[in-house]
Design a protein around this ligand. Structure first.
Ligand code: SAH
Length: 349
């Protein structure tokens, strides 16, 4: 075990604020033992704050139309091979009912940036969900919108918003996105969401093209300062019809280490063990939890559209990440002493 890395990991665990350079030292110096050490401290922290309960979020991928052109993403505007779809309000409410029956108490509405879902249509959907089940938390993941739009959606009943910052390093952001997409706009949106009282999630892919260890240290420092209630973090996986088709996927081990470091930085954060992680490793989901993650997001989307919401290749779709698999998932979790909880799972800060 490298001593300097261990001391810095201990300092983080003890609640100290680290400098960006400290995060960089941890990432650079850590050997296998340091990584295992961080994961076990993170797992202890998860248990301390949440016991063995794992929160579920039902994910509805309600549109794959997108005006943006993120170079890594399979549903980017330039990908003309995608069969585009939009779910109707009725279809979304059907997904909600299925999820509700399975015990899910958070609905995540995620989609491409699709102007068809303007404020009027989106607010109508959010309030319909809320009036069907007042005990459901609504999380939106619709990308960048105006302050006024976020305000109206909040007023309509939305509780949380996921908007991964993707990378907190300006030059890296420019490598991953066309020039009309700006990191400053994304960051402004995150600030607005916080100001409006949403529980906010940021996050990034691990191992995205051009990412350096410095980029990851900058991300951790940003997360420490921004104090999001949720952090979405999974490995980059190439999609065949994108400019990054031939880039290697991110590392499972680095993803697990980053999950652990995020848990140590923000002990009470809501941290999903992502589908991308289970796509790369058959035990990815459980290993994510053992590295500090405490949320799983089963897919509630209708089965006939799931293949069209393809952000990356070979997306896990084996049943466990889908709502049909909630009982199976609970059984799988029991092998590491965890269980699913029927609880909205709100942030505690
Ligand atoms: N349009 C919404 C939702 C984006 S999809 C928004 O802009 O926030 C959700 C997340 O999937 C993205 O934020 C990105 O981090 C991740 N993602 C996209 N393509 C990916 C890929 N090839 N590999 C891994 N994750 C990917």
């Amino acid at each position: 075990m490298t001593e300097t890395a261990r001391q810095l990991i201990d300092a983080l665990k003890a609640g100290n604020r680290l400098q960006e350079n400290d995060f960089l030292q941890i990432l650079r110096l850590a050997d296998v033992e340091n990584v295992e050490y961080a994961k076990s401290l993170a797992n202890d922290l998860r248990i301390k704050h949440f016991g063995n309960a794992i929160f579920l979020r039902g994910l509805v991928e309600f549109t794959n139309h997108c005006k943006n052109d993120c170079l890594y993403c399979g549903i980017r505007h330039s990908n003309v091979d995608v069969v585009r779809y939009r779910l109707s309000k009725e279809q979304i409410l059907d997904c909600l009912e299925q999820g509700y029956a399975a015990g899910l108490r958070t609905l995540v509405l995620q989609g491409g940036e699709d102007a068809w879902f303007n404020d009027e249509r989106m607010c109508d959907i959010v309030s319909a969900v809320k009036s069907k089940h007042s005990d459901i938390a609504v999380t939106l993941s619709l990308g960048e919108r105006s302050y006024e739009s976020y305000r109206r959606l909040k007023e309509a009943g939305a509780d949380r918003y996921l908007l991964r910052h993707e990378t907190a390093t300006e030059w890296h952001y420019a490598k991953l996105h066309p020039s009309f997409q700006k990191l400053s706009v994304r960051m402004q949106c995150l600030e607005w969401l916080k100001e409006l009282g949403y529980q906010v999630g940021c996050g990034m892919m691990i191992g995205s093209p051009y990412q350096t260890t410095e980029c990851l240290a900058t991300d951790l420092a940003f997360i420490q300062d921004f104090r999001p209630q949720m952090v979405g973090l999974g490995p980059f996986i190439p999609h065949h019809a994108t400019p990054f088709a031939n880039e290697p996927a991110g590392s499972v081990e680095t993803t697990l280490f980053m999950l652990a470091l995020v848990r140590l930085t923000l002990p009470k954060v809501l941290l999903p063990s992502t589908t991308a992680l289970s796509t790369l490793h058959p035990e990815g989901r459980l290993r994510g939890i053992l590295a500090g993650a405490n949320v799983i997001m089963p897919n509630l989307s209708p089965t006939d559209v799931r293949d069209n919401y393809s952000l990356y290749d070979n997306k896990a779709n084996t049943g466990l990440e889908a709502v049909e698999g909630v009982a199976k998932l609970d059984k799988e979790l029991s092998t590491i002493g965890c269980h699913i909880t029927v609880d909205r799972g709100d942030a505690r800060y």
